[in-house]
Design a protein around this ligand. Structure first.
Ligand SMILES: [Zn+2]
Length: 145
């Protein structure tokens, strides 16, 4: 196998291979494009205090969005009555899934309101100044202004 030239990516490879290069939360398929593959990371299913945390069985493939979208997960575990003992990796993924999905849905709502189709504003007026583009965005109700 040719080497990637990056030791982190090569360590991830075994985890990604086991998970068929799919994000365990959203299903992003790393085999479909180079961009997808570079977005794959790995996600710990157990908190820092758990001695099994770094075992491969308790690390899963996750895209960077899913991996970072619930960064309060372990900190909020007690308040949410989450448990980690005596659970299988699949059960741990299932437990985390709704929190990741909720955050992803919030991101999608934000993207739809503030990012989607902005390229048409820029492409339609390539010679106009940034100020004009911003004014047009404001007129259209973009929340990013
Ligand atoms: Zn994902």
């Amino acid at each position: 196998m040719p080497r990637s030239g990056d030791s982190t990516r090569e360590c991830d490879f075994k985890i990604h291979q086991r998970d068929h290069f799919h994000c365990r939360y959203c299903g992003l398929d790393g085999t479909k494009s180079f961009a997808n593959w570079t977005n794959l990371s790995w996600d710990h299913l157990l908190p820092h205090c758990d001695p099994r945390r770094d075992e491969a069985d308790f690390i899963v493939t996750a895209c960077m969005c899913c991996n970072s979208s619930e960064n309060q997960y372990f900190r909020e575990a007690l308040a949410r009555s989450l448990k980690f003992e005596n659970m299988t990796p699949d059960e741990l993924v299932e437990q985390r899934q709704p929190y990741v999905t909720r955050t992803r849905n919030n991101y999608q709502t934000f993207w739809e309101a503030n990012v989607r189709n902005l390229d048409t504003i820029y492409e339609a007026r390539p010679c106009e100044s940034t100020q004009t583009v911003l004014e047009e965005g404001w007129r259209l109700g973009a929340d990013w202004l």
